[in-house]
Design a protein around this ligand. Structure first.
Ligand code: GYE
Length: 321
């Protein structure tokens, strides 16, 4: 009789643990993440998308993604669609930093947590999202500026004129890459931003704008080209080639796509500041921490480095984006 009771007890326990396991499995299977991606404007962006989706799927989350192809209004709608679907969590990689408060207020009302990745949003309302995961764009701008100040340190020259190619307006990398750069070059009063164009982080757009600048003789006294991303640098180089102009500029670019590192090695550009797109693991771990009820830091930084002709180029590891 005692043996039967023990067997029954073990059976009951197995039944219980079996059920619990099944529940956990079912739960993870059912967690749906809405991923609102900004666009397809660069190779960098494609790699960032892939990294986030892959790592979320590795953790067995269902990923529902929408791409707003660089249209801010479309992106507000995409997030509203995720709210209507009642996804379990939203990952937002915003185009612009403005206009998000009312949308995220809706997500909050619907009790859907939001994680901001890559570019940030402009708000003081920290209750509207769990955290921001991405690079320090200001530090990137600072690294670009530091290269320029170091480059000209021992060169006798009265003025050093910079041509800046900016990314998308009202986006956090554009604002902060500019601020970081100007703050750093501000240490050398000879360095001035003489001309500015906006290339929207897109190669073709930058090529068109840069061609216009060439035609309007805006390149005449320029010494440095500072471009907010590699795609736009490639666009500017295309335009120089089309106009059969010699590349006599000091060129500083951001992202570090493999094509740009190649040009750095060939001496065609001078400095490439890395913006690391492989944020998927950090994002998926943060999502998991949220569902495991663990604490999450307010800001999570992706680490970046810098490559330039001031350092040894042969030691740059092979690039995979
Ligand atoms: O530098 C650019 C991309 O938001 C930091 O957007 C990102 C920028 C990146 O398209 O290449």
């Amino acid at each position: 009789m005692r043996k039967i009771k023990i067997f029954l007890l073990i059976g009951f326990c197995l039944l219980l643990t079996g059920c619990q396991k099944e529940d956990v499995k079912e739960n993870t299977k059912e967690i749906t993440i809405g991923f609102a991606q900004a666009g397809t404007e660069s190779n960098w962006r494609k790699v960032q998308s892939q990294s986030i989706k892959e790592e979320l799927e590795k953790q067995k989350y269902q990923v529902m993604s929408r791409n707003s192809f660089s249209d801010p209004k479309q992106q507000y709608q995409d997030v509203m669609t995720f709210i209507a679907y009642q996804v379990d969590l939203i990952i937002l990689s915003p185009i612009q930093e403005i206009g998000w408060e009312p949308i995220l207020e809706e997500a909050k009302k619907a009790k859907i947590p939001v994680i901001i990745v890559d570019r940030n949003i402009a708000t003081n309302r920290t209750d509207l999202f769990l955290t921001h995961i991405g690079s320090s764009f200001k530090a990137q701008g600072g690294r670009a500026g530091l290269y320029v100040t170091n480059h000209y340190q021992k060169i006798e020259k009265e003025t050093i004129n910079v041509f800046e190619i900016k990314g998308t307006e009202n986006s956090s990398p554009t604002r902060l890459r500019h601020d970081g750069f100007t703050e750093t070059v501000g240490r050398d009063p000879r360095i001035k931003i003489k001309e500015t164009i906006t290339g929207d982080f897109i190669r073709l757009k930058a090529k068109e704008e840069f061609s216009e600048a060439i035609k309007a003789n805006k390149l005449n006294n320029i010494d440095v080209i500072y471009s907010h991303n590699d795609e736009m640098t490639l666009g500017a180089l295309d335009a120089l080639e089309d106009h059969q102009l010699e590349n006599k500029f000091v060129i500083v670019s951001i992202d570090a796509q493999k094509e740009m590192i190649e040009l750095l090695k060939q001496g065609k550009v001078n400095c490439v500041v890395e913006c690391n797109p492989f944020m998927g693991e950090l994002v998926a771990n943060t999502v998991k921490r949220y569902f495991d009820n663990k604490t999450i830091s307010e800001d999570i930084y992706v680490s970046d480095t810098v490559f330039s002709d001031q350092n040894s180029l042969s030691t740059i590891p092979p690039r995979n984006y």
